[in-house]
Write a protein that binds this ligand. Structure first.
Ligand code: FEO
Ligand code: CA
Ligand code: CA
Ligand code: CA
Length: 637
């Protein structure tokens, strides 16, 4: 099912309604960019000569030249990186996953399983107490954090330990009421709590025993959900914008979409469509959205979850809980090795509908975080820490608390600029009182700076040659193009890539478009709606899809060669699902991906991952898939 039909989304209570919240004046910017660059040139990945001359530090040459070498269409090439037999289009449908003949998959931690072996057993529908100790629903971004064996010598890992045992942190993005509760709307606070406890993050200790990965007893395992105490840090912590008249403490994280590890061993989980969980009962006061609330898409019914009818915290018209909604829309840092750590919302990274957070170390040891705001006509952001991340940590500071936040402007000559969201800019000082307001209403600030409205920025990954790739999943509402989003309407999406000056930390960049999904149609390599994305150290790009694929294909995991552009299909999911989340063991011989909302929760479409019971009804469950190559090789090869 195409996930960009708003009406359908509302009926189904899906929170991923991307709609359009950006009614800023930035759309006319498309006119400026209306391309002097021909489509052919964009397809070829050409960079304007001027880009190279004024950006001598950006190493574009290799990327550029390699791309041009092979003149054959990508589907006629045969990458040396991908030797596996791809799943044919005709096999990639139906109620069960299909994987390449050279691979196998296993199922791990389906929704409702206990996070530890002695926890409450799966039952449907769950109760709220059990659900708080079970794997949540809506498996999305995740990361595997290996245990470093205590006996390691001189920094060398003992391979068996790091590749067979670790903490898996996994996001639980959303679950429809019909899927979680077995009814269209909650009828009590208990129902709301079940739904709230099915959201958030699971941190699970997993171990491979006799060839099979399983959760084990753990001092570190925990569930973080909508009622878990949270801390705030950075410029907005302590601001009145985060204080409610009620004085309630900050609780919870929600709609945890993509994620990313940090170089210092923590997990960043990202709050995407948080607005959809709020609504207005208008019981005592008639709620009217502020300009800022409108920009973030708040509405009377939200995405149909109905939490606000029983939990006042999510009622926008309840004056005691004014500002509660400002506590969501952040990137949250979690320590996967310390269950007592209070998750921290890092406000320096801004408040948007965060898809993911991808951290790399740039010049001077600074931490650089790339982030997409997934909505039609919204933006791509970057945070750069104030100093060397190691030094900041030694000083007892988080590298994510002090630094600069930027938003991207893509120019039509294939260069671009990162625009700083700072109160020191007079244009922002004219609108906001302080940096806390700039960050809390980052979307509004980015509108003022003239950022480029994109076709729904989803995942971002950094390839070994320092090019940064971002999926732009689709935009059915685009009526005119700009250079970076030239197709309209853009039903199938594309992948853009850029290289920043000063080793990730600079404000200039050059960019080109890696691939348009539409151009794969009619070939064996067809895909649409790219979403999850990960670049491996060899130059492979793993592309996961979320949306209507061609020819009856289920959502899928494609592997691309970033040098040749060659593509191959590694696995397809089940009817009505989404393929998302991606992490590997350090040896890259095990990959974990997620199968989200199988059958959209409809047991008539699939019973995955369980065999049907005699009565023919088994509720499908989101689950992680463990992927290995039959010959034990590197995943993707
Ligand atoms: Fe949660 Fe934009 O996908
Ligand atoms: Ca996504
Ligand atoms: Ca998506
Ligand atoms: Ca999703």
């Amino acid at each position: 099912m195409k996930h960009d039909d708003d009406d359908l989304l509302l009926i189904n209570g899906k929170p991923n309604d991307p709609g359009v919240d950006n009614n800023s004046g930035n759309r006319p910017f498309e006119d400026v960019l209306q391309s002097s660059v021909s489509r052919r040139k964009v397809l070829a990945g050409g960079l304007a000569a001027s880009a190279v001359t004024f950006l001598p530090t950006v190493a574009t040459a290799r990327w550029d030249q390699d791309w041009h070498k092979d003149k054959r269409p990508f589907w006629k090439r045969r990458s040396r990186l991908m030797r596996f037999r791809p799943v044919p289009v005709e096999d990639g449908n139906g109620p069960w996953p299909t994987i390449s003949k050279d691979y196998r998959f296993d199922v791990l931690i389906p929704w409702g399983d206990p996070i530890e072996p002695d926890g409450p057993e799966y039952q449907w529908p769950p109760n709220s107490a059990d659900q708080a100790k079970q794997i949540g629903i809506g498996h999305d971004g995740m990361w595997f954090f290996p245990f470093v064996d205590k006996k390691r010598r001189r920094g060398h890992y003992l391979p068996d330990s790091v590749n067979n045992h670790g903490m898996l942190a996994i996001n639980h993005e959303f679950g429809r009421n019909s899927h979680v509760l077995g009814k269209g709307a909650p009828e009590s606070l208990e129902d709301v709590r079940v739904s709230q406890h099915a959201h958030g993050v699971s941190v699970v200790e997993i171990k491979k025993q006799r060839g099979k990965w399983k959760p084990v007893k753990s001092a570190n395992a925990r569930r973080i959900h909508v009622n878990t105490p949270m801390a705030f840090s950075g410029p907005v912590a302590g601001s009145d914008l985060l204080a409610t008249p009620n004085g309630n403490i900050p609780l919870g994280t929600v709609n945890n979409c993509a994620s990313g590890p940090t170089p210092w061993g923590t997990y960043l989980t990202c709050e995407e469509n948080f607005h959809g969980y709020f609504g207005a009962t208008n019981a005592e006061n008639t709620w009217e959205p502020t300009e800022e609330q409108q920009r973030y898409g708040f509405s009377t019914n939200g995405s149909g979850y109905g939490w606000h009818n029983f939990d006042r915290r999510f009622d926008l018209s309840d004056k005691d809980y004014k500002n509660e909604e400002n506590r969501f829309g952040w990137v949250v840092e979690i320590d996967p090795f310390d269950a007592t750590q209070k998750p921290v919302k890092r406000t320096a990274l801004g408040r948007v509908k965060h898809e993911g957070a991808t951290t790399v170390i740039g010049r001077g040891g600074r931490a650089v975080v790339y982030m997409g705001d997934d909505q039609r006509f919204d933006y791509i952001y970057k945070f750069v820490s104030a100093g060397n991340h190691r030094k900041m940590i030694r000083q007892g500071k988080s590298p994510l608390d002090e630094g600069k936040l930027y938003v991207a402007r893509f120019d039509d000559d294939h260069t671009g600029e990162w625009l700083e969201l700072t109160i020191d800019n007079p244009a922002l000082a004219a609108r906001f009182n302080d940096q806390a307001e700039v960050l809390t209403y980052a979307r509004v600030a980015a509108d003022i700076l003239g950022a480029t409205p994109m076709d729904r920025p989803e995942w971002i990954t950094v390839a070994p040659d320092r090019s940064v790739y971002c999926t732009l999943t689709n935009n059915s509402r685009r009526t005119e193009g700009n250079a970076a989003n030239p197709r309209f309407p853009n039903a199938d999406g594309h992948i853009i890539r850029w290289k920043d000056s000063k080793r990730f930390t600079g404000t200039k960049f050059v960019w080109d478009i890696f691939i348009y999904a539409e151009d794969t149609h009619g070939t064996e390599d067809t895909f649409s709606d790219p979403d999850g994305l990960w670049a491996d150290p060899d130059g492979r790009l793993f592309i996961e899809t979320d949306g209507g694929q061609q020819d009856g294909l289920n959502n899928q995991l494609m592997v691309a060669d970033t040098t040749t552009g060659d593509l191959a299909r590694l696995i397809t999911g089940v009817t009505g699902d989404e393929i998302t989340g991606l992490t590997v063991t350090p040896d890259r011989r095990t990959m974990f991906i997620n199968l989200q909302h199988p059958g959209n929760g409809d047991p008539n479409l699939t019973s995955f991952p369980n065999k049907r019971e005699p009565d023919g009804v088994t509720v499908p469950r989101d689950a992680t898939l463990v992927i290995t190559r039959k010959d034990g090789g590197i995943i993707g090869s």
